[in-house]
Structure formats: structure tokens, C-alpha cells
Ligand binder design. Sequence first.
Ligand code: SF4
Length: 429
Amino acid sequence: MTDLIQFERLGLFNAKVPRYTSYPTAPHFDAGVNAEQFTRWLNAIPKGDAISLYVHIPFCRRLCWFCACRTQGVKTDTPLETYVRRLETEIDMVFRNLPQGVTLSQLHWGGGTPTILGPRLITRLAKKITDRFPFSPNYTFSVEIDPNEIDKQRIAALAAAGMNRASLGIQDFDDKIQSAIGRPQGFNETKYAFELLRDYGVGSINADLVYGLPHQTKHRLTQTVQKLTSLSPDRIALYGYAHVPWMARRQKLIDSDALPSSFERLELFNCASDLLIWDGYRTIGIDHFALSHDEMSNAQKNRTLKRNFQGYSVDPSNVLIGLGASSISHFPNGYAQNASATSQYAAAIDQHEFATIRGHVFNHDDRVRAKIINSLMCNFDVQTADVINNFAINRDALYSEFVEINRKFEYLLVVNERGLFLSRQKYVH
Ligand code: SF4
């Protein structure tokens, strides 16, 4: 209980913060990174390198109230066709600026709702990508799937294009919670999506749950977790709901009085976490769970896990190129982000110019901080040797920093000559 009171006092389960994705975070990007810089970073990728590609599809048939994603509702397919045409142009532009022989170790389609694309557009987009950038051996092609927006034809098209991992948005199966967040979704539709994916040989399925939703109780969340584990997803992401209506205006439709307190959020997380562990899942980082056969479990054991914009990742590449409106690219020397408004993105691409409008060039301090944050989020520790072997940092100065951090966190951590360790967190089993 003492720990829980401390966690709450330190704001560690505060609902009013967006989810951490990168260091520095996107709100700190500036106009210092433009299309010319993006082009130089593309040109610097070594010949024959394996890269990651993220393709953003910023359209949905429905706009769920809880969702802070930048996306727009569409009723017809006309904007989709036009958007895919622009993505094809952008793919050609990236291809022309890369050295020869670049392959794809990881391809991810996210959104929005990537499966809003019909089978014809799915096949067309996938063909364009893989014609330009063939898959590496042991590639991963993952797609975010809305179980309400999928059918046999679309799964067949994605599987034929090489999709071998799917991520299904679930949030919570409870009717009252679904009404409160504006996202109706029957269990049977989700079950059908799981069955179709497995029928088409998709070997790895991830499911996203959210804790901290309005009217969510431990009882309701237990029922949701039990329903989900009956489908045996290979991975589960258990994200905290971030109530930020000043950033995501749709969230104003959510009754903030129905949200759990920060203490209840912590209890909800622990409840779901315990159930998943009893069901054979291993904890991965701060908010993921995986069955022991999943490569994420091995990556955590081997300390090769990474945290990126999509959550935890085992991708070995150090280059992620984002395509589409608002997507973010990650290079060894910095971040570059495309224009967020689809119209601004479209205007640039139609001129055959990259749509990069902002980003961040890493300095020494950024690299150290990013490495430390990544290590904390993936390994729950920061090893002194790992930092001083990679950066020009004095051992004593680093130790003093760790002592100061520990003081700020009311001595919840362990600090010694080997590093900084999250000693009392209950996640690692
Ligand atoms: S949760 Fe998914 S379907 Fe709903 S608005 Fe967000 S991206 Fe669109």
C-alpha cells in the first residue's frame, strides 16, 4: 500500500498525460528539419541496408470518442483511392533517394484504419512497396486491424501480400464502456477476425486493450481479459487511456466523472496484469504481454527489445521511414515528420516534394537521454557500463545523476555502482 500511495503521489498513473513515444517527443519537434534534411538522411542510408517502413492511413469509417489518433471519417472510397495514389508517388520519391539494394526488415501499416482499404487498393499499395523494397529474410509485415472493418477478401489480399502479423484494436468488450467511449464492437466480430487471420496463416496476432476507461471496474476488466485470452493472442498491449480532451477534441464526448481515479487505474492495470500472467503471458516492458514462444519474450530476455512509435519492437533496423500524412521517420541522426493535415501532405506530394515539415536533429544529450529512457522502458534498469561505453560520460557524474533521480522518486529505486534499477516494480515475474 505504501508503494501505491507513493506511485499516486508521484503522478505515475495520472490519466492526464499522453502516451510516451520518443525522446524528444513530437511536440518538441521544430521546423529545423525540412525536406532537404530528410533527403540527406535518406541518401546516407548504406547500400543494401535493411530498413523499416511505416505507412499511415489516416481514415476511419467511424470516429471513436476515446481515440487521440489523427484520422478523418470517410463515407466513400474516393479519398482512399487518391491517398493511395499519393503514397505511390511518395514511395517512388523515397526509392529514388535511397541507395541500391535496400530491403524491408519490417513493414507496418497503421492509422486510422488501414483495413478501410478494399482488396484492390491493398494489393496495389503492397505491390508498389515490395516492388521498390523487397522483403528481407525473416521480415515482418504487420497491419492494424479494426475487427468491425475487415472481411475475408481483405484478409486474403493482405495475406497474399505477405502480412504475417496483425494487431487488433479491442479496448474493452463491455457494452457500457463501449457506449461511453463511442466504440461498439461485438465479441463475435473480434472472434471471427481472429479465426479468419489464422485460416489465412497469419502466425502472430496482437490485441490492444485499454485500462482507465469510463465505468471500467476490476470486474468488467476481468471479464474482458478472460474473453480475450479465450482467443489466445500471441501478444497483448495494455495501454492506459490518456484523457487529453484539449488535444483530442472527440474526448470531450466522454464523461470525465466516469473515469477511474489514478489509484483505481493502478488497480485496474494490476488486475489485468495478474490475470494475463496467470494465463501464461510474460510481461514485456511497461505495458505489453507475450506468450513465451513470441519473439518479444526472447528480445526482452536478451535485452534487445526497443520502444518506438508503435510500442515495443524487436526490429533490428535503425532506420524507420514513415510514409503518409503525419508519419514520423527515425534516422540515426534525428526525426523527420510529414505534414499532419492530409491537404498539406497532398500539396507537397503533388509537387513531387517530400512533405517533411518538422523534426529534430539529435545532439549528444538527446542520444544519452533516449538510450536511458529506452533501457528503463525495456529492461527496467540503466547499466552504468552500457552508458559509459557508448558515450563520453564520467562514471562519477553519472552516479550523481542516478542518486538525484532516486531522491526525486522518493528512493523507490536502487542505485549502486552497477547502475540504476527499478527495484520495487511488480511487473517482472
Ligand atoms: S480507434 Fe481506430 S477506428 Fe476508432 S477512431 Fe481511432 S483509429 Fe479510427
